[in-house]
Design a protein around this ligand. Structure first.
Ligand SMILES: N[C@@H](CCC(=O)N[C@@H](CS)C(=O)NCC(=O)O)C(=O)O
Length: 208
């Protein structure tokens, strides 16, 4: 059975949501990053960058959430269209958009606006502005679409858990109605709700 090393954060939930949607059996192992579990020598053997998530599947060991999502999509043949099609690259480009922007930048917004407010006005402004810009891009893209790409995909699994922290990055989803519609449609899916509650249940999916 797949072992998922994770915590109750957007990057961790990407993978638990994917596992739930794919119907893959897994064991979620809590790596409490508030207690520095991510620096433990056993965990570093599978995640040398000392960050969650990581998975072990038989003799395969993978860290970096984007790589894990791709691994799971290839393993199951689900949620990633066949390579060579535009649909495939639509998923890939939005997955990379999340990994390179709507994760790192929004994460910095969390750092300065939620965890350490009032310490550095310039950084708060910079990352909030960039977060709002990224929401604008996503909002425009989602017009007339139910999902980020043609169908539900690993790109939705990657982006949605970050949007679920709208409160941390001080975004009113009412200002981005297409993102709100997409977010709410996925929030009611039982697999998203089960994945959100891993590796421990800290309350229901946030609703705007
Ligand atoms: N690029 C990595 C980022 C992972 C990441 O930032 N994980 C955070 C939690 S969401 C973490 O483990 N932080 C612990 C630390 O920085 O010490 C991925 O997508 O897997």
């Amino acid at each position: 059975m797949i072992k998922l090393y994770s915590w109750t954060t957007p990057n961790g939930r990407k993978v638990s949501i994917a596992l739930e949607e794919m119907g893959l059996p897994y064991e979620a192992i809590a790596i409490d990053i508030t207690q520095d579990d991510q620096f433990g020598p056993e965990f570093l053997k599978i995640s040398p960058n000392n960050k969650i998530p990581a998975i072990v599947d038989g003799d395969q060991s993978i860290f970096e959430s984007g790589a894990i999502l791709l691994y799971l999509a290839h393993k199951t043949g689900k949620f990633l269209p066949q390579i060579g099609t535009q649909d495939h690259w639509d998923v890939m480009q939005w997955l990379m958009w999340q990994m390179g922007g709507f994760g790192p930048m929004v994460g910095q917004a969390h750092h300065f606006l939620h965890y350490n407010p009032g310490k550095l006005a310039y950084a708060e402004e910079r990352y909030h502005k960039e977060t709002l810009r990224l929401y604008g891009v996503l909002n425009t893209h989602l017009k007339g679409r139910d999902f980020v790409a043609a169908d539900l995909s690993i790109a939705d699994f990657a982006i949605w858990p970050w949007a679920s922290r709208f409160d941390y990055h001080k975004v009113d989803l009412n200002d981005f109605p297409e993102v709100k519609r997409w977010y709410l449609a996925l929030a009611v899916r039982p697999a998203f709700q089960r994945g959100y509650a891993q590796p421990k249940d800290v309350g229901p999916v946030p609703l705007p």
